[in-house]
Ligand binder design. Structure first.
Ligand code: EPZ
Length: 422
């Protein structure tokens, strides 16, 4: 299929109500976790995005039967007999590494292609491996594949993560659930998607406590005690944050539904600091702005710190604020490429190492731009909504990886956005 692009006419309008999809960064791991229960599990509120298709293909390669009806995905793992994932799938999506933990938890072994880096950084897995070695796993690298074996079985251990890595926490969780004895993960990631995974593992018969805190305890159980489950994925806080930034940019008023506002406390605090009126309910967040956007200081950090996945979106906000802002990216080593694209639209941003210095400008001009990563792509389309004239966003396959029907949702909010063949 020839490449598609997104064409945006700057009409400055995003208003109304939009429901966010299920969280990409939870659903991918929930699908991987179905490997621990032998039989058909159902994962609901799964977003219709390409990364989910890749994960479904990985599971099929392992022998699972994967079907979907709307936003519900059924994974029957009764016949899973392979523990090897092929390079061509892992190279498409590094999150495939999320099957490492459950394969070890189910088979005591795994053979997965080493994930590559990506645009935003090296994306190493040294913490995944070091943690799993504490549980008794031995690793060797064989022609780009990671061979994992636990010759003496998996045993509980106290594992201290040097950094609260989301992926490392998840892989450790999904292996430790069948280890002999107790595992404690110290300095664990605290993202809402970790809590969602812990909840689903417990629904499958695992014994996990402390999800969402820096210390997670897992009492190992026998694999035979684990069973399939039916689980609803939490709403996508990054998609919600992206639309809220759209409301902040245009003034809204805009309401996102299907999201727990507690997932976005830091981002909402920063939106209020920048002059937005933010209201929240049990599963919705409303935003409006009448005055000028105020400048802001942001440090991206592991949850509950400011989410790195909203960094590009807030850089766009800061680019139009009445003053100078600073954004420091502490999580990834190369996540400022978006700035160069925004400068082509008239923003005034200087990058020095991990710091972005943003001098607010009055307006942006539409231009042809390229999506450098998933979240930058989402932000570039928003930039086009408030820019003067037309913006064409290229490389939108990045956007399709993580946002379900992004153009359609923006259109429903009044934006003049359409996907066309390049
Ligand atoms: C998850 O990536 C998300 N992806 C990312 O979202 C998100 O930005 C990130 O968590 C942080 O919140 C998925 O869930 C699929 P990490 P992950 O392990 O698990 C380094 C998006 O836009 N590190 O917390 O890879 C790593 O290189 C994506 O949806 C090691 O050095 O994040 C990175 O610099 C982008 N060694 C930092 O830690 C390790 O063993 C954070 O990584 C593991 C990580």
């Amino acid at each position: 299929m020839s490449e598609e692009i997104i064409v945006v006419e700057g009409n400055g309008t995003l208003t109304g109500e939009v429901r966010v999809s299920g969280a990409k960064n939870s659903a991918l791991k929930l699908l991987a976790a179905t490997l621990l229960g032998q039989g058909p599990s159902v994962v609901r509120n799964v977003p219709l995005i390409s990364d989910i298709e890749v994960m479904s293909e990985v599971l099929r390669t392992l022998g699972a039967a994967v079907t979907r009806e709307g936003h519900a995905v059924t994974v029957d793992t009764a016949d899973v007999s392979s523990f090897e994932t092929p390079y061509e799938l892992v190279s498409k999506m590094r999150a495939s590494i999320s099957v490492l933990g459950p394969l070890i938890g189910r088979f005591g072994r795994a053979r997965v292609a080493m994930p590559g880096g990506c645009q935003i950084g090296a994306r190493k897995i040294d913490m995944h491996l070091a943690g799993l070695e504490h549980l008794g796993v031995e690793f060797t690298v064989d022609h780009g594949y990671l061979e994992a074996n636990a010759p003496d079985g998996l045993h509980g251990a106290e594992v201290m993560l040097t950094f609260p890595s989301v992926g490392a926490t998840e892989n450790l969780l999904m292996a430790a659930v069948t280890a002999e004895g107790t595992t404690i993960i110290e300095n664990a990631a605290r993202e809402p998607e970790i809590v969602d995974l812990c909840n689903m593992l417990n629904e499958m018969g695992c014994k996990v406590t402390g999800g969402g805190t820096p210390s997670i305890t897992i009492e190992g159980v026998d694999l035979s005690e684990l069973h399939p489950c039916d689980h609803v994925t939490v709403g996508d806080r990054i998609e919600a944050g992206t639309f809220l930034v759209g409301g902040a940019l245009t003034g809204g008023p805009l309401k996102v539904t299907g999201i727990d506002p507690r997932f976005l406390r830091m981002a909402l605090m920063k939106l209020r600091e920048m002059g937005c009126d933010v209201e929240t309910g049990e599963d919705w967040i409303g935003i409006a702005r009448t005055g000028e956007l105020r400048p802001v200081e942001i440090q991206t950090l592991p949850h509950p710190g400011f989410p790195t996945d909203l960094q590009a979106q807030f850089m766009l906000l800061a680019a139009l604020a009445d003053g100078n802002s600073v954004i420091t990216e502490n999580v990834f080593e190369n996540r400022f490429m978006f700035a160069a694209e925004l400068c082509r639209m008239g923003a005034n941003i200087t990058i020095e190492g991990h710091h972005a210095f943003i001098q607010g400008v009055k307006s942006l001009q539409g231009a042809p731009v390229s999506s450098t990563d998933l979240r930058a792509g989402g932000a570039l389309v928003l930039a086009g909504v408030i820019a003067e004239g037309q913006t064409t966003v290229h490389e939108i396959r990045h956007i399709d990886r993580g946002y379900e029907d992004y153009a359609g949702k923006l259109q429903s909010l009044g934006a003049d956005v359409k996907r066309v063949k390049a």
